[in-house]
Ligand binder design. Structure first.
Ligand code: 0O2
Length: 211
C-alpha cells in the first residue's frame, strides 16, 4: 500500500503516549487520596502496520476509509481488579472533556461466542500537531485482570491456529472463560473485605504505590 506510514503513525503514537499518561494519572490521584483505584494498570500500543493491512483485507477497508473505519489503530487497555471497577472507569471516561466517546461495546453483558469479555469504548481524541489539531479515533478496552489473562492467552493461541482451534483446545478455552467469569464473581462477592485489607496493607506499610 502506497502510504507514508511513519507520518501516518505520528498522531496515533502521540495519542497513545498522552492517553497512557492521563489514564495512569487517574490511578495516581486515587492512590494519593488513599482511595481504591478502579484502575490497576494501563497499557497502550499503536497497531503494527502488518496487522493494519491484514485487518483492511479481512474487513474490506479501503485506504481512504482507513482512519474512520479502523477504530483501534490507537489502542489502550485499562486493567481493573473488579468488574464493578470497569463501569466506574466507563463513568470516569464519560465525564472527561478531553475526549469524546462515540461508541461503546459491552462484551461483558454480551459475551462474544469465543468467551471473550471486555468493555470497549471508542473515543475521538484531538491531537495537537504542528499544522493544527487532528482528531483521531482510539479504542479503550477495559477489563478485569482475569478477563485480561484469558484474552491474552486466547489471542496468542488464535495467532498460532488462526481461529481454527482443535476441538479439545476449544473446549478448554471455553472452560477457562467460565473459570475466569467465576473468579470475577467470587472476587466481587468479597470486594469490600479485599478493599479494606488493601487499604490497611498500604496504610500499615506507610507507603503509597505510585504506578
Ligand atoms: P489486536 O490489536 O491484535 O488485539 P473484530 O476485530 O472484527 O473482532 P471490531 O469491530 O474491530 O471487531 O472491534 P471489537 O470487536 O470491538 O474489538 C476488536 C479487538 O477486541 C481485537 O483486536 C481484540 O483486541 C479484542 N477482541 C475481540 N474479540 C476477541 C476475542 O474473541 N478474543 C480475544 N483475545 N480478543 C478479542 P484485534 O483486531 O484482534 O487486534
Amino acid at each position: 500500500m502506497d502510504l507514508d506510514w511513519e507520518t501516518f503513525f505520528m498522531p496515533y503514537q502521540q495519542a497513545v503516549n498522552e492517553l497512557k499518561i492521563k489514564l495512569r494519572g487517574m490511578r495516581k490521584q486515587y492512590l494519593q487520596a488513599s482511595e481504591h483505584s478502579p484502575i490497576e494498570f494501563v497499557t497502550g500500543r499503536v497497531k503494527p502496520k502488518d496487522s493494519i493491512i491484514e485487518k483492511m483485507h479481512r474487513r474490506y477497508i479501503s485506504p481512504e476509509l482507513l482512519e474512520q473505519d479502523m477504530q483501534d489503530i490507537a489502542g489502550l487497555r485499562i486493567m481493573c481488579q473488579f468488574v464493578e471497577d470497569i463501569y466506574d472507569v466507563v463513568d470516569l471516561l464519560h465525564q472527561r472533556t478531553d475526549m469524546k466517546i462515540i461508541e461503546e461495546r459491552d462484551y461483558i453483558t454480551n459475551v462474544k461466542p469465543s468467551g471473550y469479555r471486555s468493555y470497549h469504548v471508542v473515543i475521538e481524541y484531538p491531537v495537537q500537531m504542528i499544522h493544527g489539531e487532528k482528531k483521531i479515533l482510539a479504542e479503550i478496552q477495559i477489563r478485569t485482570l482475569a478477563m485480561n489473562f484469558w484474552a491474552t492467552i486466547e489471542h496468542s493461541l488464535n495467532y498460532k491456529y488462526q481461529g481454527e482451534f482443535p476441538e479439545e483446545l476449544n473446549e478448554r478455552l471455553k472452560r477457562a472463560a467460565k473459570a475466569s467469569f467465576m473468579l470475577d464473581t467470587e472476587m466481587s462477592d468479597i470486594r469490600e473485605e479485599i478493599q479494606e485489607a488493601q487499604h490497611l496493607f498500604s496504610y500499615g506499610r506507610g507507603q503509597k504505590l505510585t504506578d
